[in-house]
Write a protein that binds this ligand. Structure first.
Ligand SMILES: Cc1ncc(COP(=O)(O)O)c(C=O)c1O
Length: 397
């Protein structure tokens, strides 16, 4: 089959929810991908922050192979060995005491929203259900997580939105304190906004949110679906700021490419989820959690965070060089290997041009080129992309 053949069928039989690039990827290894016609690409998208260990990491592949031959699925009516092992690792390496597993980021946020409401109901009685979220945030596409997402363009046509969310600008502590009422139970933020354009928290902002939560007895929820699992150079982004949350959501990179989601919480909060209050058939199933154990161990033990930090420093240096050369680059920002390069114009043509040259990159918020390569990316691979960007930008001036 050719790219054309597959794309034709795709257009006929799939729901047309994605604006897809004209390429069919069939094989991956490390930072490299190949399409159905054998063309090679360097990947700076990593499944949008999923393939943090690179494609087909040998330890993840081996864990999947072994588990697939043993047991694929049993119900959560029974105890599941790799599920327990993954939870134990997450608890050991985070602020959390307990873990609930599901299948995606949006589902993890649904669990967080439900737990925040239930905790508040248990401790303060009914009527305290509102969650303060941020403008430009992204929390997922199911109706609860969508309602929590502070970007109207995602709501359009799906109204009415589920009630119970208020939006304030990132960095505005006064607006956040003012938005907290007798009906508020939690504040939900991405420590670093990803889809909203790679927006870092302002100095002392997360500490300020923690203070508001303490004063008003609110829960602090961090959505680390995209920035967790080493993406920013630490296992979790909140570690950069010294502010642990009460609840945290994860997904994407947690199982090295196998679908999974997780909601982590402190003991006192997690206690509000009692038998029968929440569930997911596939949540924490043997296959996904066996992959998760392998992925998390590799992230912690195999120098992945250190490589992320080293490659990040190199990447920033190179992109800053481009910024000095081209005045239409407004800013280079980010943390670890989540890096945004903001242009003073639309970025989609650059993405297309990169694709033709054999590089996958992404553009978010129209003008922000986003680079989220596997955390195993090397300086040489980064140099190849920066060279391509330089060639593309040089035709603009
Ligand atoms: C911060 C954040 N939260 C939630 C989600 C939703 O995750 P999923 O697509 O797995 O439902 C995303 C997806 O991009 C995300 O970036």
């Amino acid at each position: 089959m050719t790219n054309e053949d597959v794309m034709k069928i795709s257009q006929e039989v799939l729901a047309q929810t994605y604006g897809r690039f004209p390429v069919v990827l069939i094989k991956g290894q490390g930072c490299r991908l190949w399409d159905v016609e054998g063309k090679e690409y360097l990947d700076f998208v990593a499944g949008i922050g999923v393939c943090n260990l690179g494609h087909c990491h040998p330890k993840v592949v081996q864990a999947i192979r072994e588990q697939a031959g043993k047991l694929l699925h049993v119900s959560n009516l029974y105890h599941i060995e790799p599920q327990v092992q993954l939870a134990q690792l997450l608890v050991k390496h985070s602020f959390a005491d307990r873990v609930f597993f599901c299948n995606s980021g949006t589902e993890a946020n649904e669990a967080a929203i439900k737990l925040a409401r239930k905790y508040s109901h248990d401790h303060f009685g009914p009527g305290r259900y509102e969650i303060i979220s941020l403008l430009k945030s992204f929390h997922g596409r199911t109706l609860g997580a969508l309602a929590a997402t502070g970007q109207e363009r995602f709501h359009k046509g799906f109204e009415p939105m589920m009630p119970g969310f208020k939006f304030v600008p990132q960095g505005d502590l006064a607006a956040t304190a003012a938005a907290a009422s007798n009906s508020t139970c939690a504040i939900l933020v991405e420590p670093i906004q990803a889809e909203g354009g790679v927006n870092l928290p302002q100095e002392n902002y997360l500490q300020g949110l923690r203070r508001i939560c303490e004063e008003k007895k609110l829960l602090l929820i961090f959505d680390e679906v995209q920035v967790g699992m080493g993406r920013t150079g630490k296992l979790f982004a909140y570690e950069h700021y010294g502010v642990p949350p009460d609840i945290m959501t994860m997904a994407k990179g947690l199982a090295g490419g196998v679908p999974i989601g997780a909601m982590l919480a402190r003991e006192e909060v997690a206690k509000s989820f009692t038998p029968g209050t929440h569930a997911a058939t596939f949540g924490g199933n043997p296959l996904s959690t066996a992959a998760g154990v392998a992925a998390l161990r590799a992230t912690i033990e195999d120098g992945i965070l250190e490589n992320c930090q080293r490659s990040s420093a190199h990447f920033f240096k190179k992109l800053e060089g481009l910024k000095r050369k081209y005045p239409f680059i407004k800013e280079v920002r980010g943390k670890g290997l989540m890096i945004g390069l903001e242009l003073d114009r639309q970025g989609k043509d650059v993405v297309m041009d990169c694709l033709k040259r054999g590089f996958l990159i992404n553009c978010t918020n129209e003008t922000v080129l986003r680079f989220i390569p596997p955390l195993v990316v090397t300086p040489e691979e980064i140099d190849r992309l920066v060279q391509a960007l330089d060639e593309i930008f040089s035709t603009w001036s």
